[in-house]
Ligand binder design. Sequence first.
Ligand code: MEV
Length: 451
Amino acid sequence: MLKPIGKGNSQLARSDWLGGRKKPPLLRTRELAYGVLERLGFGSRASEATGLPGAMLSEVLLVSAPGKVILHGEHAVVHGKVALAVALNLRTFLRLQPHSSGRVGLNLPNIGVRRAWDVASLQLLDTSFLGHGDGAALTAEHMEKLKEVAGFPEDCVDPQCLAVLAFLYLYLSICRSQRALPSLDVTMWSELPTGAGLGSSAAYCVCLAAAFLTACEEIPNPLKDGEAAGRWTEENLELINKWAFQGEKVIHGNPSGVDNAVSTWGGALRYQQGKISSLKRLPILKILLSNTKVPRSTKVLVANVRSRLLKFPEIVAPLLTSIDAISLECERVLGEMAAAPTPEHYLVLEELIDMNQHHLNALGVGHASLDQLCQVTTAHGLHSKLTGAGGGGCGITLLRPDVEQPEVEATKQALSGCGFDCWETSIGAPGVSVHAAASLDASVQQGLDSL
Ligand code: MEV
């Protein structure tokens, strides 16, 4: 757990704000920290001069957030329609290590990023252009300024560059509430493939937002002594989600917000124009998740659908309305199934999958690899659709309970034969969480140590 300097008093304050106050007593704990620094002979603005943490960072923080699968409603959700999204049991993990080196570092072993900045130089920047997590749009000018800070050329749009920009944006925006920017290292490792439509960028932004907000004591660390994992309160999740959405905007331009919402809350969500509601009752659904490994850009695909809608409003608007109706019907059927699933319910789910896949093709977000995925699974009596932005990326295949395991294995083998990666997975994983170090799997520890 992160422990404040001057622990005794601030622990009292901590129980006080856990008892209902909206924000932790930043000033009191910070004053204590400066008091300690002064006694150590660093002077009253010691942390600004030395890069020593202005906040109360002293211990490692471990956070994780899940990826997502959109069952129905991708693209339509950007135009105000309903999307149904579920959290996947594939997660992104973050380790935040506070220190006093006067540097802030970012390590992303999955995509080969290793960067560090001098805290003192970042401290001197005019950061008035940054957001306040209030949902304000990020302008091209903001992006230019961020690129300048990161030392990237203006035309830089590759995933590495966007990941660094989102990191800097969230670090500078959230941590500037501190008297001095903290020195720290962030390492992130993910079980999620990047750019495949599984919400890897949202899980990335959710982890960063949760870690920075916790490290800066804007929200409390919910991990209790002796527990393996902790989850934040509803109010804290809302703040995490708000900031994660801002990070997503840095990466995707104009996302709907569904990806960061499902990564924050987990489970299964109905999402429409920022309105989020959890599907209270969810049947156990098994799906096969396939990654075609065809790279694509969510930003470009979303922009293409928008152009098609503007070019052919009479044709494309009804498609979006129909996708909306598919999402609502799916939600209704899932509710019924949670009480008493019947074979007919699965047949309805399959029909909805087929209709939506055709609509998505008509929107122009299909791809030959996704057609191949659908053909292969049809040959095994199964139904598939793309998930996420399309244009390649991932597809989902519903596994009815009556499908025998050898048939599932044969389907997986056929899909692997096409060059796709396949996972058999269930849906509805927990949202953003904080972990005790001892509770992390060896594979996760290894991943975080792999750069
Ligand atoms: C991407 O996972 C889903 C899209 O609908 C884009 C968005 O909602 O921001 C394609």
